[in-house]
Write a protein that binds this ligand. Structure first.
Ligand code: BG6
Length: 522
């Protein structure tokens, strides 16, 4: 497959897929809690600046950072500018000069109701002075333990109120954005939701999963449902197994405080891996709208066959990285990382074989693998088709003919590749496997791509829930993982299940056959 468009066919590139946002968006204020934190300077402000630079923010907007440190507006702007200079040197300083005056700061103690009233006054004053409508996005760039407190205080200050007709651009709206983890287990996820729902309706809550903002992840639905050729084969009759891999070279870095009590199952499986699974396995929604898409995803979660906790080892391999070599550099094992217990049994790798109990997928194994300190950073979905039912070439070839494999590459290459058999040139009957490759990156035609934070901020301002988790999905995902986590975390089981792998290798040896099944034939 090359990267050209058939001139006889209509292409939506020229018009309908133009950059989103901009003048059509209602004016609003984006309020960031945790303004002096790393996430704000490293991700949120650059994302907003980039959207501004591409005219994708509403023409009128205010950004208000809130944090515990005492600062005035100018000091906040200066601190952001300094961070930019040191970490993201500017190729376009004039954009920053135009953008910076729209940024403000409010000192705020998260537990103090009075401080939220001061914030409300500041927002109202800024609205009047800058002609901005009283629409609000509250972004919680704070540790998850603060979500319930801040959510409640925003509500008490009357800042969460939104009218029933939120979709109308005439009325003020208020939205809250939270990032994973959404709880530590099912009970805490339900409790967090209860507290947020005291102030916000479900349609006002935006739960981010940055995997959903990846172009190639969104492309899964387009590939499946905008083409007639895949869907008839997308089932147990033709698919042998499905593999979903998200491997990383990085170790736990500076996040051991969180990771020690999370491990790979909470950090990657409860959210990103489940979303990739749902997009790959779901039924076609009736319309490409958030509610319909979310409805189909939750049906997949409901159909997951619980793992047999009496025999977890048959469907779950857990690993933890030991010392090893990554990219030619010696690195410490997980237990030697700072703030990790010397006898920690936290898994940094998991390979899970699961089944979906429904008509389409009965009996087809889904292999989900994710781990830290693996040889490469690679994320992909592998659809392994069945072998041909009968090989008339058997006389001349080895016994098996390699079955077709479709790979949806998410990282490092954003691509779709399909491997199949062809006649080997100059031979009579010899087969040769080849790969057709579509590279998403090249297809972008130098259009500015949006990174995950840009995408989710824009969707939140637009009120589009497509790239976010809905609470029923969160709960079903936890409901599937909870019994597994409980069993894994019993000491004796944890010690028995956990296998060690040297950093820089593809997980514990027991998982190597599964890893091989998920390889990219290219
Ligand atoms: C985060 C996890 O959600 O996703 C990290 O907390 C992980 O541990 C990261 O490294 C992986 O994201 P990506 O986009 O780099 O694959």
């Amino acid at each position: 497959m090359d990267n050209t468009t058939n001139p006889g066919q209509r292409s939506s590139d020229q018009g309908t897929c133009a950059l989103r946002g901009g003048n059509d968006l209602p004016s609003c204020s984006i309020v960031i809690f945790g303004a002096s934190g790393d996430l704000t300077a490293r991700k949120l402000i650059p994302a907003l600046l980039n959207l501004f630079r591409h005219h994708c923010l509403p023409p009128r907007f205010n950004i208000v950072g809130c944090g515990r440190s005492p600062m005035d507006h100018d000091a906040f702007r200066r601190s952001l500018a300094e961070f930019r200079q040191q970490n993201q040197p500017d190729d376009d300083p004039t954009a920053w000069q135009k953008f910076a005056p729209r940024i403000f700061y409010q000192e705020l103690r998260y537990d103090q109701p009075a401080d939220y009233l001061v914030l409300a006054e500041l927002l109202a004053r800024l609205d009047r002075e800058h002609g901005v409508a009283p629409n609000r996005v509250f972004y919680l760039a704070v540790p998850p333990s603060l979500y319930p407190l801040i959510g409640a205080r925003i509500g008490e200050a009357g800042l969460a109120a939104a009218t029933a007709e939120e979709n109308s651009s005439q009325v003020p709206w208020s939205r809250i954005v939270v990032e994973k983890p959404f709880g530590h287990d099912l009970a805490s996820a339900v409790e967090l939701d209860r507290v947020l729902h005291n102030s916000f309706a479900e349609r006002q809550i935006f739960r981010i999963d940055h995997y959903l903002a990846k172009e190639t992840v969104q492309n899964i639905l387009m590939l499946r449902f905008a083409n007639a050729i895949f869907e008839p084969l997308w089932n147990r009759s033709y698919i042998d197994y499905v593999g979903i891999l998200s491997g990383e070279k990085l170790g736990v870095e500076h996040r051991a405080g969180f990771y020690e009590s999370a491990g790979v199952l909470r950090d990657m499986f409860q959210n990103h891996m489940m979303q990739l699974l749902a997009l790959t396995a779901m039924e076609p929604p009736s319309r490409f709208e958030a509610t319909q898409v979310q409805d189909e995803k939750v049906k997949v979660f409901r159909a997951l066959k619980p793992l047999d906790s009496g025999d977890l080892a048959a469907s779950l391999i857990l690993g933890q990285y030991g010392p090893g070599t990554v990219a030619g550099r010696m690195v410490a094992g997980y237990r030697q990382e700072q703030a990790v217990a010397a006898d920690s049994t936290t898994p940094t790798f998991a390979a899970m074989k699961l089944l979906i109990d429904n008509w389409r997928w009965r009996g087809v194994p889904f292999y989900l693998i994710s781990g830290k300190r693996m040889p490469a950073k690679e994320t992909r979905i592998v659809i392994q088709f069945k072998e041909v039912p009968h090989s008339m070439f058997r006389r001349e070839t080895a016994d098996t003919i390699l079955a077709n494999r479709l790979v949806l590459g998410i990282h490092p290459e954003e691509k779709i590749s399909l491997s199949f058999q062809t006649k080997s040139p100059h031979s009579k009957e010899c087969l040769q496997p080849v790969t057709m490759n579509f590279n998403y990156e090249r297809r972008r035609n130098n259009r500015p791509g949006f990174d995950a934070y840009e995408m989710v901020l824009l969707d939140c301002i637009q009120g589009d829930h497509m790239l976010f988790w809905r609470q029923d999905g969160v709960e079903l995902s936890w409901a599937f993982l909870d019994p597994i986590l409980r069993t894994c975390e019993e000491c004796t089981v944890a010690e028995k299940l956990l296998q060690f792998y040297p950093a820089g290798t593809p997980g514990p040896e027991a998982a190597h056959p599964w890893m091989k099944m998920l390889s990219d034939p290219e």
